[in-house]
Design a protein around this ligand. Structure first.
Ligand code: HMG
Ligand code: MG
Length: 305
């Protein structure tokens, strides 16, 4: 246990996108930009800013173009701001405002994909391949997401064989990083261990990030298991905000505060300043009008106030 720990991990902060896309309250563009700049000040170097999806489906992200333009006017541009893109229409909108990195998304479950993006897995690849081709030709970086890796809200258990197939297809279309989503937070350490062992036979593990939702309180245990198996990239959301509108019961992402606290306690660098991160989360939670699901942040804020 706890041998061969990495010197550092990389965090993709997904709060402004995954964190806010499921919130009943739609925040102003100004507040979202303030949140992103506070996260950046806290040391986060990769912040998923928004998604260029159908605004009638996800109104919380309906200001994607304005947000990105506003952000670019204020940022030092040393930070990456990937944006979630579902199709060519989304890419065109993203290119208009100068997006430099995109994240494509599919799943290991047919049923979830149908509900989420109105496409089968094969159909999603037809879309993603045309988007990736154009994006790469324009010099953009392409990231990929696979949802329902640890279980599906509609189909239950999902297949590691399918995960391997989908990951190979994402790699072949040019994804430099593939984020493995526990969309509904059902994964447990034994399963994380088994899946990473299978992936290790087929890929360089540096290709993968883990994207845990903390629905059943397993996210940190799953992080530790992943780290012990050689994974060094994680997605997390400030304050533990998050959920997917097409995955009933999919509550918050792994909280960035919890991830940072765990890593720092193990001597693993994250580049994140906890005080500044907690201020960013406190700010956005006050705008949303609810408390955090992060145990660490809750304790931290009680200590401060
Ligand atoms: P569709 O209905 O199949 O699209 O949507 P369509 O091509 O048939 O077009 C229908 C209408 O939508 C047309 O408008 C299009 O122009 C418009 P009309 O001509 O009728 O006026 N349209 C668009 N408008 C703006 N931007 C676009 C766009 N595309 C079409 N990009 C689509 C397919 C995927 C776009 C839709 O189903 C959608 O937006 N779904 C939302 C998906 C989403 O954001 N889900 C949550 C994020 S995924 C997630 O949270 C999981 C993750 O965190 C990992 C994990 O935890 O597992 C990543
Ligand atoms: Mg997610």
């Amino acid at each position: 246990m706890l041998k061969n720990l990495p010197k550092s991990i990389h965090i993709t902060e997904v709060g402004p996108r995954d964190g806010l896309q499921n919130e009943p309250k739609v925040l102003s563009t100004e507040d979202k930009i303030t949140f992103i700049l506070m996260l950046q000040k806290a040391g986060l170097k990769s912040i998923e800013a928004t998604s260029f999806v159908r605004p009638d489906r996800i109104p919380q992200m309906g200001d994607a173009s304005d947000l990105y333009e506003g952000l670019m006017a204020l940022t030092s541009k040393k930070v990456e701001y990937p944006c979630l893109i579902p199709n060519l229409k989304g890419l065109e909108k993203a290119l208009e405002v100068g997006v430099k990195e995109i994240a494509l998304f599919t799943a290991t479950s047919e049923e979830f994909n149908k509900k989420n993006i109105n496409a089968s897995i094969d159909e999603s690849f037809v879309r993603m391949e045309e988007v990736a081709k154009k994006a790469l030709a324009e010099g953009l970086k392409v990231r990929g997401y696979v949802s329902t890796v640890f279980g599906c809200p509609y189909e239950g258990k999902t297949s590691t064989k399918k995960l391997i197939e989908v990951s190979k297809r994402l790699k072949n279309l040019g994804a430099y990083d593939i984020s493995l989503g526990d969309t509904i937070g059902v994964g447990v350490p034994l399963q994380v261990n088994q899946i990473i062992e299978e992936l290790d036979k087929e890929f360089d593990l540096d290709l993968f990030s883990m994207h845990f939702h903390d629905t059943r309180g397993m996210a940190l245990s799953n992080v530790l298991t992943s780290i012990e198996n050689g994974i060094t990239k994680f997605d997390s959301s400030a304050g533990g905000l998050g959920g997917c509108p097409y995955a009933k019961g999919a509550t918050g992402n792994l909280a960035t505060e919890d991830l940072v606290y765990l890593c720092h306690s193990l001597g693993i660098e994250t580049g994140v300043d906890m005080d500044l991160l907690a201020s960013a989360s406190d700010f956005i939670l006050s705008k949303l009008g609810h408390v955090s699901s992060s145990k660490y942040l809750t304790a931290y804020l009680v200590g401060k106030k």
